[in-house]
Design a protein around this ligand. Structure first.
Ligand code: ZN
Length: 293
């Protein structure tokens, strides 16, 4: 009960869930408030679908402690809305959380535009897990374009570096071994190295293997500790090369401003690419995906 007192300004809040060991609180009023914001936003054409997900607590706007919000970025792949609110798609819970600290009174201080963009981002992750084959059929072209551009830039090779058939193999591997897994073990990264070696065309085998290690070592660091990865960015030229290659690839799929997330997840999670795209170039394809949920 002590914790609940922190939220005493909203007497009707009750505990709805526990995320990463932390209690989160919400109410029908808070949920209705989010529906109202959606109704007036770029997501209005899928209001009914999202309303249903809010009723079912699959999208849960909730209050939690400021300390927990501050520590989120170091623990999981969450997205900042502002200093006091974050969005998260939890693979374990199969739910989207909009976390707010108890000071952001009923979304009043929350940047609504950023809130909707973040919700759209998390929805892409949710749909990819829930409607995987539809997700792939809608976005396969964009994903293949992204990965091809990425490999050309990262390995500094020409168009022949990878054929479409090989790109599809890589994409399928990523879906099965990273995207749809809630726990990723390091064997998956070794297998990824093998899949890349097999599907990428570079004549110099030693150079190819070396480059693959340069690509996957930062991913390993990131999976162990997002914070260590973020701290290494400025000093590590290799990571900067990866990030530049990711930015060039976003450009190819109409993301023309630099995303304010820290790039790296794209290398193993295809849904991150579409989640970012939905924030910067929200189009009919994203609507089509959401209409089917
Ligand atoms: Zn994401």
């Amino acid at each position: 009960m002590k914790q609940l007192n922190e939220f005493s300004i909203f007497s009707n809040l009750k505990q709805y869930d526990t995320v990463l060991g932390e209690a989160v609180y919400s109410s029908e009023e808070v949920k209705d408030k989010l529906k109202n914001i959606i109704e007036k936003s770029s997501l209005k054409s899928v209001y009914n679908q999202l309303s249903y997900l809010i009723d079912e607590n699959i999208i849960l706007p909730c209050y939690t402690s400021p300390n927990f919000i501050r520590s989120l970025m170091n623990k999981v792949f969450s997205n900042k809305i502002d200093k006091k609110s974050y969005g998260l798609y939890s693979k374990n819970h199969k739910k989207i959380y909009i976390f707010m600290s108890n000071f952001s009174k009923m979304f009043f201080f929350v940047n609504k535009n950023k809130l909707i963009k973040t919700l759209t981002h998390e929805l892409m992750h949710y749909c990819c897990a829930k409607e995987t084959s539809r997700f792939i059929s809608i976005f396969k072209k964009d994903l293949l374009k992204f990965y091809k551009t990425f490999f050309i830039n990262f390995f500094e090779e020409g168009e022949n570096i990878v054929e479409n058939r090989n790109l599809s193999n890589i994409l399928n591997f990523l879906m099965m071994n990273f995207e749809l897994r809630s726990n990723i073990n390091h064997t998956a990264l070794y297998n990824y190295a093998y899949v890349l070696e097999k599907n990428i065309q570079i004549d110099d085998m030693i150079l190819k293997r070396e480059s693959i290690v340069h690509l996957l070592s930062p991913v390993k660091i990131y999976l162990q500790s997002p914070k260590t990865y973020m701290n290494a960015i400025t000093s590590n030229q290799n990571i900067r090369h990866i990030i530049t290659s990711i930015y060039k690839s976003y450009h190819k799929i109409n993301v023309n401003s630099l995303p304010d997330t820290i790039p790296i997840q794209e290398i193993i999670f295809p849904s991150e690419i579409i989640a970012i795209q939905s924030m910067y170039d929200f189009n009919n394809k994203h609507i089509q995906l959401l209409k089917g949920i």
